[in-house]
Design a protein around this ligand. Structure first.
Ligand SMILES: NC(=O)c1ccc[n+]([C@@H]2O[C@H](COP(=O)([O-])OP(=O)(O)OC[C@H]3O[C@@H](n4cnc5c(N)ncnc54)[C@H](OP(=O)(O)O)[C@@H]3O)[C@@H](O)[C@H]2O)c1
Length: 362
């Protein structure tokens, strides 16, 4: 790709918006050209409007950019969105109708039948659903979503298992980081030295999204995986990185019971994007941690630059068949990094407008 695609970020001052800025700085295909947030921020420089929370410096060029109102008129044709679901529900269709490719993190349209919910390593073929969106025909614009931050880690770990052995039942208990609640998020008095066994709508999202992601594209819609999922979601006093304890009952695709070696091989050999050269894609999407006490958020969340999920503690389950632990970085693999990888896949499929010299000058 010779000329970079100009991109915009909606909800640029939040936790996920900041990750977009961090991950897109020096991206070989995309260049940040437009930043937008609420009326509280628009008109200010990004440096004034945002409370930068990341451990790399805020790039100076970005600090000087003026935050725009969330209005599609001046937005570039590719927009990464990191808005609250209620606001996304209202704003994202406006951008899609105005001809933008909206690559969204929010839950607002993830379960809509004509909106792809995609993890490139898992269900790239679901991207065909963008052709079912009326805006695609009218203006060229469309919406693509990435999953809930706890669904991404779980589904990446389950995909190679489902492919080789089948899956009938999934039990998952999450321990989710505070950054998953945005900034300032959960009050410190509620979370320090504590566990909160409730995250609004999270269990429902995790259950439904898992089955859509592992489902089959048939004609104009996705048929969810016919498995049963039960999720328990907890907020814990961890800054970044969602940990999940998972038990599974396998199907019978193999024709014999799967062994521990079968499962480990399925994870190790899972490299569906190999050779596609997508800059954000980790070489090894699922990394195995052999130690008894891993994965741990502080030690493992940045594997594969935050884009790999780490699995460990694989052992027989006395109730279902197997149990294990999976960890993923919630604002990188679980949010901004996931959206950037989706946009890279769209670019590689020719679904983002080509950037011509004339367009770049306009
Ligand atoms: N954090 C995670 O780990 C994670 C993971 C996956 C998905 N998500 C999803 O990603 C989205 C963003 O999450 P977050 O954690 O980044 O939230 P956040 O920290 O609360 O940030 C929200 C952003 O939306 C902007 N905003 C609020 N009202 C707006 C309006 N009326 N018009 C335009 N912009 C508006 C805010 O701008 P101001 O600063 O101007 O108010 C801010 O930039 C949510 O849907 C969330 O569920 C988050």
């Amino acid at each position: 790709m010779q000329t970079k695609h100009p991109i915009g970020i909606l909800g640029t001052t939040g936790m996920v918006g900041q990750r977009f800025i961090q991950l897109l700085e020096n991206h070989p295909w995309f260049e940040i050209a437009w930043l937008a947030a609420s009326d509280r921020s628009s008109g200010k420089t990004y440096g004034e409007a945002s409370k930068w929370r990341l451990d790399t410096p805020l790039p100076e060029r970005i600090a000087r950019m003026i935050v725009s109102p969330a209005d599609p008129d001046r937005a570039p044709k590719i927009v990464f969105a990191a808005l609250d679901a209620a606001i996304a529900r209202e704003l994202e269709p406006l951008f899609a109708n105005a001809g933008c490719a909206v690559v969204s993190n929010s839950s607002a349209f993830r379960m809509a039948p004509n909106v792809p919910l995609v993890i490139p390593e898992v269900n790239a073929e679901h991207l065909h659903l963008i052709e079912e969106q009326p805006s695609r025909k009218e203006s060229g614009g469309y919406m693509v979503t990435n999953p809930n931050c706890s669904a991404i880690g779980l589904v990446l770990a389950l995909k190679p298992i489902e492919e080789r052995f089948g899956l009938e039942q999934i039990l998952v208990t999450t321990m989710q980081a505070v950054s998953g609640a945005g900034y300032p998020g959960v009050p410190s008095m509620d979370i320090l030295g504590n566990v909160v066994p409730y995250i609004g709508n999270e269990e429902e999202k995790l259950e439904a999204e898992t089955l859509k992601l592992l489902g089959r594209l048939e004609g104009h819609s996705v048929v969810p995986l016919p498995a049963r999922v039960s999720a328990h979601c907890n907020r814990v006093a961890v800054e970044d990185g969602h940990t999940e304890s998972v038990s599974i009952k396998l199907g019978n695709k193999l024709g014999r019971p799967a062994t521990r070696e079968d499962l480990l091989a399925a994870w190790a050999e899972f490299r569906p994007l190999a050779g596609q050269d997508l800059p954000m894609a980790p070489e090894q999407p699922i990394e195995w941690a052999p130690q008894n006490d891993r994965p741990q958020p502080r030690l493992d969340r940045n594997r594969g630059k935050g884009m790999a999920v780490t699995v460990g503690r694989l052992r027989p389950c006395n109730v279902l068949d197997w149990k294990f632990t999976v960890l993923s970085h919630n604002t990188i693999r679980g949010a901004a990094g996931a959206a950037i990888l989706n946009a890279e896949l769209l670019a590689s499929l020719g679904k983002l407008e080509p950037v011509t010299e004339a367009a770049a000058r306009a």
